[in-house]
Design a protein. Structure first.
Length: 66
């Protein structure tokens, strides 16, 4: 089964489409819910900016929305 969430999606898009993703983002200490950048920043950009392995983040996000 293909992943539903990919590295090019914005944080806002992911949170709007998959509300359960917020818990995963919090696990990674990403305060995306209240961040203005969440509307334009891709998961890859945000992960890189915060020193997070984007592949691990995507794996956890996709597991949460299956």
């Amino acid at each position: 089964m293909a992943d539903k969430i990919n590295k090019d999606m914005t944080f806002f898009e992911v949170m709007r489409t998959y509300p359960q993703s917020v818990q995963v983002l919090q696990k990674y200490h990403l305060g995306c819910v209240g961040c203005m950048g969440a509307q334009n920043e891709s998961l890859e950009q945000g992960a890189n900016a915060h020193g997070i392995d984007v592949d691990a983040l995507l794996k956890d996000l996709n597991a949460a929305v299956q």
